[in-house]
Ligand binder design. Structure first.
Ligand code: FAD
Length: 367
């Protein structure tokens, strides 16, 4: 008899949802994480009464009522609606592209005027039948003004290369909205957990054994003997000791400032869309929760190359990496005592609601 039914590597959303559900079914779980906190990338830390999103701004949104009810059964969500603002050379534009944005760009007031203006802008690029890169694709879809003011600089900073060297498929369409609606998401449900995401994960892990500061690979001999099965949510290439090579990621660098003022930018998210400003956005965390504290905490987000010294945030799902991950997935499929799940183990970008959904599916398959 082993001490645990499941060893769960990673206390992020995937690992915590799996641990919670398996425990409900009477199984004994040990959750480990190499970090000194639970919650993975959705970790929030309370500083000066403000819940800080330590690994980037996280807004929960879904149209899946089951998932919305699930998360709300652990913690109450507030009514936050993501309405980011773009700052291009000191001028402000509402996002996503909607009637407010079109008014700010061209002074057009009615949807007909906006549609006519966009068509006129696009006409100049109608000769491009097969866009060769992101720049051409964006020009074909939206014309020069939107591309130059709101897409070019931001995307080049995100990817760390000129738009002419970014594949066209990254932008399949531009989500134009011909109403005065600044809600970034189209989902039915949206909000932020009151008290932060850590509270949600705390509730998921209630009564479950958790070991922090514990790297699976540094304690593998002991940990592999402790449980009947392993749920692995770390990097898939690392699990196989990078046997076929390393997968690529984009990373981020965060610059944090606690400011002695109550309101810095009046909005949770402001994107900086010009190339000359190195960061892509500034997050003012208190606005996720309608905070009224005396101080405020802001984070500047700088896209970064991934290396051993920073976090793997966004998988780069190009042909080269997809071929590589397929090799690792083939090896993973041969292991019947290990389940690979979550954004790092599957090498897929997942939103929070999606990662909860796949964790619940993994539970269904197990029991
Ligand atoms: P993670 O949260 O990364 O958890 C994996 C855990 O495994 C980590 O804690 C890690 O420390 C641990 N681990 C890894 N290797 C080992 C090891 N060897 N030993 C022990 N522990 C290990 N989603 C939204 O829905 N809305 C948003 O607004 C949103 N914003 C985002 C912004 C950014 C900048 C990023 C990067 C993502 C965003 N997401 C957002 C996505 C969201 O973060 C993910 O869906 C979610 O965190 C994935 O959970 P996970 O459990 O798969 O991974």
């Amino acid at each position: 008899m082993k001490q645990y039914d499941y060893l769960i590597v990673g206390a992020g959303l995937f690992g915590s949802v799996f641990a919670h559900e398996a425990t409900k079914k009477g199984r004994k779980c040990l959750v480990i994480d190499k970090r000194n906190h639970i919650a993975g990338n959705v970790f929030t830390e309370n500083i000066e009464g403000i819940n800080i999103h330590k690994y980037g701004a996280h807004i929960f949104h879904t149209s899946n009522k089951e998932i919305w009810d699930y998360v709300n059964s652990f913690v109450e969500f507030n009514r936050f609606t993501n309405s980011p603002i773009a700052n291009y050379k000191g001028k402000l534009y509402n996002l996503p592209f909607n009637m407010n944005t079109f008014y700010q760009l061209w002074g057009v007031v009615t949807p007909e005027e906006a549609i006519a203006k966009i068509e006129e802008q696009k006409k100049e690029y109608a000769h491009i039948l097969e866009p060769k890169n992101l720049e051409e694709q964006a020009l074909v879809l939206g014309g020069k003004d939107i591309y130059e003011k709101l897409i070019k600089g931001y995307t080049e900073k995100q990817w760390g290369r000129p738009a002419t060297q970014i594949p066209a498929f990254i932008i399949r369409r531009l989500p134009f909205r011909f109403t005065y609606d600044n809600n970034y998401f189209n989902d039915i449900y949206q909000g932020i957990p009151i008290g932060g995401y850590t509270k949600l994960v705390d509730k998921l892990l209630e009564g479950i054994d958790v070991r922090l500061h514990t790297n699976y690979f540094e304690n593998k001999d002991e940990l592999d003997l402790i449980a009947n099965k392993t749920i692995y949510t770390g990097k898939i290439d690392e699990f196989f000791n990078f046997e076929f090579g390393e997968l690529d990621y984009r990373s981020l660098h965060f610059e944090n400032h606690l400011l002695d003022k109550s309101n810095y930018q009046g909005n949770a998210v402001v994107n900086y869309t010009e190339k000359e400003i190195e960061y892509t956005r500034i997050i003012e965390h208190k606005h996720f929760e309608f905070g009224t504290q005396e101080k405020t905490y802001i984070t500047k987000e700088f896209p970064h190359e991934f290396s051993k010294d920073n976090e793997p945030y966004y998988p780069i799902n190009d042909d080269k990496n997809q071929e590589l991950v397929a090799k690792y997935q083939e090896k993973a499929s041969l292991l019947d005592k290990v389940i690979f799940g979550g954004r790092l183990a599957e090498y897929k970008y997942y939103d929070m609601h999606q990662v909860i959904e796949i964790a619940l599916e993994a539970v269904k398959k197990e029991f």
